[in-house]
Write a protein that binds this ligand. Structure first.
Ligand code: ADP
Length: 476
């Protein structure tokens, strides 16, 4: 779009790829998020000093913080995201559930208010039936979420959920939802402009999760047909419209085995998994975000949204799948992402960069496109087999094992898939077999190299003797 960019960076990120790619860099002191990227005053001040017009908050840190959006607008800059009032209205999960109720959009059974007393929680849980799920009203990232199987676990779970929530969000309000047993997580991407046009761009299936956090996403969902897509899309549009939403947003739902959907929450920002929607619709979501913030109306109507083929995303994290996904840090001695047709890699790292403990372990996202789901899956397998990372452990072997799983390939999965199919012991054994295979391969390669070397030496000797002979002959 020809827009000049300024990247902010913490001490640890001084030489990061986002800084190298920007036109200008602006230093925030310190390493931890609290000292750097979460400092609203410093961020706004840096933008003003470098003469910027707008701030794109990405999808972490301050991206869903209404006070920050307000501060940006008050300083005369544009916040590339929804109005602070819409972020505030939807950011609190209990408030968002009430809005859905008013619009007759089904929500997961549970409370609309935070609960604080054990007795109160026990009587509500008895009414809706165990298992229940304790969730943080201010929640995100699975923090404060606790499954409670029976009355006995309740008091302890409530206490730990509250303290985790307080530590993460400075707000310890917790509420109750019925814990659905085998739901699928399916979400709708929406776009809204300032002239009242709101459209949906289809769904994303995000049921491949670990600890309630997404690891692989795809679109279309194997279970969503055109009528369910339209029904969920219209519900999502009604919901965001009711709070005067503008810009890109995602309305998340759980869908049960009868294809009944229940509103979960709204993410008032760009999502990590947005590229799969971009690949099937051909719409650049970040470009749309910028245009909307700049006062442009949407250039397409709902009827003009078309979808082609299938796209899948794998999140490649610096974690060790063989060691319970323990974060892995170090220098990327080798880092060679895949290329080729129908492959997109959104990466934050280059060979030689360091992966530190300071931030989220996400290193790259690999997204593949195919005419249909099988093509996209096979393209992803090829791409991940090509992706070479040395220096840190990565989740590539885990993603490959999901891609070759028969249930996954048939599209028969829900949010329990990883827990049910991914047995760490079995995975470990498979990896050990792979390691043995790698050692055998290394021995064979070495043996091959020795033979080749011998052949080269013979050849060289031959050449040398011929040359020697010639020289001797000419000498004589
Ligand atoms: P967060 O914002 O903390 O990520 P969400 O409300 O988006 O939390 O839920 C994250 C995931 O947790 C869902 O995709 C789903 O797998 C699981 N989950 C949330 N609520 C329920 C529920 N009521 N029943 C079953 N699973 C749930």
């Amino acid at each position: 779009m020809g827009i000049q960019t300024v990247a902010l960076f913490s001490e640890a990120d001084r030489t990061s790829m986002h800084v190298r790619m920007a036109d200008e860099g602006f230093s925030l002191t310190g390493n931890t998020p609290g000292e750097s990227y979460l400092r609203q005053d410093l961020v706004v001040d840096a933008a003003k000093r470098s003469g910027e017009d707008a701030i794109h908050p990405g999808y972490g840190f301050l991206s869903e913080n209404p006070a920050f959006a307000e501060k940006v607008e008050a300083s005369g800059l544009k916040f590339i995201g929804p109005p602070a009032s819409a972020i505030r209205a939807l950011g609190d999960k209990t408030a968002a559930r009430k809005i859905a109720d008013e619009l007759m959009i089904p929500t997961v059974p549970g409370t609309r208010e935070a609960i604080s007393e054990d007795d109160e929680a026990a009587s509500i849980a008895a009414k809706i039936g165990y298992p229940i799920l304790l969730k943080a009203a201010a929640g995100g990232g699975g923090k404060g979420m606790r499954v409670v199987k029976d009355r006995e676990q309740l008091a302890d779970a409530l206490r730990t959920s509250k303290s985790e929530t307080r530590n993460a969000f400075g707000d310890d309000r917790v509420y109750i939802e019925k814990y659905l047993q085998h739901p699928r997580h399916i979400e709708i991407q929406v776009l809204a402009d300032g002239a009242g046009n709101t459209i949906f761009l289809g769904e994303r299936e995000c049921s491949i999760q670990r600890r309630h956090q997404k690891v692989m996403e795809e679109t279309p969902s194997p279970i969503v047909d055109e009528s369910l897509r339209t029904e969920m899309g219209r519900a999502a549009v009604r919901l965001v419209r009711s709070v005067g939403y503008r810009n890109a947003g995602t309305v998340e739902f759980l869908v049960d085995e009868h294809k009944k959907f229940y509103f979960l929450e709204v993410n008032t920002r760009l999502q990590v998994e947005h590229p799969v929607t971009e690949l099937v619709t051909g719409i650049d979501l970040v470009r749309q975000q910028i245009l909307i913030s700049d006062g442009h109306d949407l250039s397409l109507t709902q009827d003009e949204v078309s979808r082609r083929g299938h796209a899948i995303e794998c999140r490649i994290c610096a974690e060790d799948p063989e060691n319970n996904f323990f974060p892995s840090t170090g220098i990327l001695k080798r880092y060679s992402p895949p290329h080729g047709p129908r492959v997109r890699v959104d990466s934050g790292f280059c060979e030689g960069d360091s992966v530190t403990i300071f931030y989220d372990p996400l290193m790259a996202k690999v997204i593949t496109w195919g005419q249909n789901r099988y093509e996209a899956i096979d393209g992803m397998r090829r791409a991940l087999e090509e992706f070479t990372i040395q220096g840190v452990e990565s989740t590539i072997p885990f993603c490959l094992s999901v891609l070759s799983n028969e249930r996954f390939r048939r599209g028969e999965f829900d949010t329990s898939f990883v827990d049910e199919e991914f047995n760490p012991a079995v995975f470990h054994a498979t990896s050990e077999r792979r390691e043995i295979a790698a050692s055998v391969a290394a021995v064979l390669i070495q043996a091959g190299a020795r033979q080749q070397k011998a052949a080269i030496t013979d050849h060289q000797d031959g050449e040398q003797s011929a040359w020697k002979k010639q020289r001797l002959e000419s000498h004589h």
